[in-house]
Design a protein around this ligand. Structure first.
Ligand code: DAH
Length: 341
């Protein structure tokens, strides 16, 4: 009896069907009123009384597994007929909306700035972020040990004080003037580094764009018109600019570039410290020493240069109050710039 149960168990577990006839044969053999398991139940009489209980349990198990298998066979036959096993996705379900990313606000500003200057005939140039002291300082008329170097808190490489993380994109000016002859008309966007504590208003990594125009007879008036046109394109046709006298070692004369923000509301007065003007960068006429350091004859050529911060421009344009938002990757912040793409 035990052997018979074992054989049937095997038979059931290996059973497979590919059509309804085979299913029906299974049903007749294991499920129908007169099935082989039922026959075994009839044989229980012949089993010794003390084994009967255990045998009954085994027979019931066999009966249950025959019924479970029957359900499985029905399901597998249905799948075969539909041509679809269970794990194929249901293509009739509505799609899950795809959440598209957006262009980072700083990249949007950079793209727009590049576009505006390209329309004025400027090329785009790039240079390395790990720089030599020569390109970052010395050639730009910061003599060794000159206090002007302290205007920019610098990351030095410990083993080699001649190597720095560039503190400004002005280093690319030098590379460009060393490798090309005037006329040179280029903008140089890129990442810069300063040894500063991170706060709402300062960061150790930020982004600038440098501009350089060197040719015969380039004048301060050219500089001013270029910056005015740029500011109107970026901030709107009504925008006014102001050039405020300043000092940079690499330009003479030098100026800070301010744009008019207004003093209408209390908030306007707060952001502009009561003046109505906001600074967005520095500029000036390239110092003759810088031209000479780069192998350009300062008797024959003059040039203007300017530098601006992208974070600063983005903060003004989109009224962002904390610089750290640009690098925190909070989607609630980033999502708001989707409309500007
Ligand atoms: N390099 C300056 C800075 O990072 C910005 C700057 C000022 C660049 C005047 C210029 C310039 O080209 O003419 O603060």
């Amino acid at each position: 009896m035990n052997e018979k149960i074992e054989t049937l168990k095997q038979e059931i577990s290996q059973y497979a069907v590919t059509n309804t006839d085979e299913l029906e044969q299974y049903r007749l053999r294991f499920i129908s009123r007169k099935n082989v398991i039922g026959d075994l139940f009839s044989e229980m009489k012949t089993v010794a009384a003390e084994e009967r209980k255990a045998m009954g349990v085994r027979l019931n198990d066999l009966k249950n597994s025959a019924q479970d298998k029957f359900k499985e066979l029905i399901a597998s036959l249905e799948d075969q007929q539909n041509g679809q096993p269970d794990d194929v996705p249901d293509l009739t379900l509505p799609p899950i909306p795809d959440s598209l990313g957006s262009i980072h606000p700083l990249t949007q500003i950079q793209n727009r700035v590049v576009e505006i200057f390209e329309q004025m005939g400027f090329n785009v140039a790039e240079g390395p972020e790990i720089e030599t002291d020569w390109h970052n300082f010395t050639a730009l008329n910061f003599p060794p040990n000159h206090p002007a170097r302290e205007m920019q808190d610098t990351f030095f490489i410990e083993k080699n004080p001649d190597i720095v993380l560039r503190t400004h994109t002005s280093s690319v000016q030098v590379r460009l003037m060393e490798s090309e002859k005037p006329p040179i008309r280029a903008i140089m966007p890129g990442r810069v580094y300063r040894n500063e504590a991170i706060s709402a208003r300062a960061h150790c990594v930020f982004h600038q764009v440098e501009g350089l125009y060197v040719d015969r007879n380039v004048s301060f008036a050219d500089l001013k018109q270029t910056l005015l046109h740029f500011a109107k394109e970026l901030f709107g046709a009504e925008t006014k600019i102001r050039l405020r006298p300043s000092y940079f070692p690499f330009t003479e004369p030098s100026a800070e570039l301010d744009i008019w923000w207004g003093t209408e509301t209390e908030a306007d007065r707060r952001v502009t410290k009561g003046t109505g003007w906001l600074e967005i960068g520095g500029c000036g006429m390239v110092d003759p020493n810088v031209l000479e350091n780069c192998g350009i004859d300062s008797e024959e050529f003059t040039g203007f240069a300017f530098g601006m911060g992208f974070e600063r421009i983005a903060m003004i344009k989109y009224q962002i109050k904390d610089l750290r938002l640009f690098t925190e990757n909070d989607v609630r912040f980033l999502k708001q710039f989707r409309a500007f793409n």
